[in-house]
Ligand binder design. Structure first.
Ligand code: ARG
Length: 460
């Protein structure tokens, strides 16, 4: 019999039973559900809303159920719809009448809200830790490649010289923002909706501050209608995760490019690549591609939840049960991607020679050539024109700026001298970019120090 059977004269149709049930995917909230129920029962007992011995019995019963679930001894039933009713029904079945008092002053609406927040509160630090581990890999790769000159691109065209270390620190800064976004989300969701009831709290003297504290929340939520209607925290988390995955997808894309024969800037470790079933020569970057692909899945979850919540009137609506699969799937996906991505990056081999070779083609030092002339007093726009003409000339003759004869330089501008070659050397181009945030060795070392400091501050 349903917990809510009283008002009904017919059994629920089996089609509806199956359709309505969420136990198939919310069972994973059992720990949070039991923690919420223990906090609620403790408070009910303290407030004299139920007898102290009943509260004790409930708490003991819940603890036993928790142990049994963890020992895989409990089978949930579809008839009991969701994790909340499954546990309550099991409790009453085990301890009798006291179990029937647990739901005093409570609704599944605040129950599911508190369970989900607790769940997210536990998972965000797991993800943060994984991102910090990725930061460590980025730091390691950067430190090993401070002098590894490579082309930087705009429009995927060789643009200006940079180093692999500078590149790694770009991603380090991107994922640093991911960490702070996750922290921000964690801070805002740290309010306890328990005690909001269905939407309007209760006529019993619930102590919401006590339950909030017992569950480790900073405070109770301030409005009971908002408490049961709100899924902002899930949407915020999904958007933070989407941005994080967007970063990983960009990185993945670069890795796919870099390990292609066209680039050959990096080699993936054999343990982090796969072969082809037909082409014996193939070594494929499946990990990077899958991470790139799974990004779509996480975006999908965000769009699902935004769309589920769109136009929903206050307060709880059953539509909101659809939040869980999207939320869980996104969390699972991110937690799956981060470690394997980090390990792939950690084990990849950088090919500095190929990077340097690519950097010496494509007139990557053209801006530096213009800068050379500006340092000799020419306005930048005029210098830019002159170098444009030089590049045009080189393309015709098959030269590069560093191999062009001095007389050819001087034919276009008498400001050119022997020192132009030193100015155009790739190492100079990189290491003269000492501006804060730039690719010179000393600038990148500063960037590394900042990320190291950030990681350390989060590991305390
Ligand atoms: N299984 C439901 C969910 O996940 C729990 C809340 C149900 N509340 C209700 N009034 N039917 O959203």
């Amino acid at each position: 019999m349903k917990l809510w059977a009283g008002r009904f004269q017919k059994e629920t149709d089996t089609l509806v039973n199956d359709f309505n049930s969420s136990i198939g995917f919310d069972a994973r909230l059992y720990k949070q559900d039991i923690a919420g129920s223990i906090a609620h029962a403790t408070m009910l007992g303290k407030q004299g809303i139920i007898e102290a011995h009943e509260a004790e019995k409930i708490i003991e019963g819940l603890k036993a159920i928790l142990a049994d679930i963890e020992d895989d001894k409990v089978e949930f039933s579809l008839d009991n719809e969701d994790i909340h009713m499954n546990i309550e029904a099991l409790l009453t079945q085990r301890i009798g009448d006291a179990g029937k008092r647990l739901h005093t002053g409570r609704s599944r609406n605040d129950q599911v809200a508190v369970d989900t927040r607790l769940y997210v509160k536990e998972e965000i630090p797991v993800i943060i830790k994984q991102v910090l581990d990725l930061e460590q890999v980025l730091i390691k790769k950067a430190k090993a490649n401070l002098d590894t000159v490579m082309p930087g691109y705009t429009h995927l065209q060789r643009a200006q010289p940079t180093t692999f270390a500078h590149y790694m620190m770009a991603y380090a800064n991107m994922v640093k923002r991911d960490v702070t976004r996750l922290e921000d989300c964690l801070e805002r969701l740290d309010e306890c909706p328990l005690g909001a009831g269905a939407l309007a709290t209760s006529t019993s003297p619930l102590d919401r501050f006590a339950t909030a504290q017992a569950l480790g929340f900073a405070k109770p939520t301030d409005n009971s209608m908002d408490s049961v209607s709100d899924r902002d925290y899930a949407i915020e988390l999904l958007s933070a995760l989407s941005i994080l995955m967007m970063h990983l997808s960009r990185f993945s894309e670069e890795i796919v490019l870099w390990c292609s024969w066209e680039f050959k800037y990096v080699d993936l470790d054999d343990a982090y690549s796969t072969g082809s079933s037909i082409m014996p020569q193939k070594k494929n970057p499946d990990v990077a591609e899958l991470v790139r692909g799974k990004t779509g899945r996480v975006y999908g979850s965000l769009v699902t939840l935004l769309t589920v919540m769109k136009s929903l009137p206050l307060a709880y609506n059953k539509d909101m049960q659809e939040d869980k699969e999207a939320l869980f799937d996104a969390i699972d996906t991110v937690e799956l991607c981060l470690p394997v991505f980090g390990a792939m990056l950690d084990t990849l081999t950088v090919r500095p020679k190929n990077m340097a070779k690519a950097a010496s083609g494509g007139f990557i030092n053209a801006t530096d050539c213009a800068d050379y002339l500006t340092k000799k007093g020419l306005p930048f726009r005029e210098a830019y024109m002159i170098v444009g003409r030089l590049v045009n000339m080189c393309i015709k003759t098959g030269d590069t700026l560093d191999t062009l004869a001095l007389k050819d330089f001087r034919a276009i501008s008498s400001l050119f001298d022997e020192d132009v070659y030193e100015a155009l050397a790739l190492k100079t181009c990189v290491n003269e970019r000492k501006v804060y945030g730039g690719p010179s060795k000393e600038s990148v070392e500063k960037q590394i120090a900042l990320i190291e400091e950030f990681v350390q501050s989060r590991q305390k």
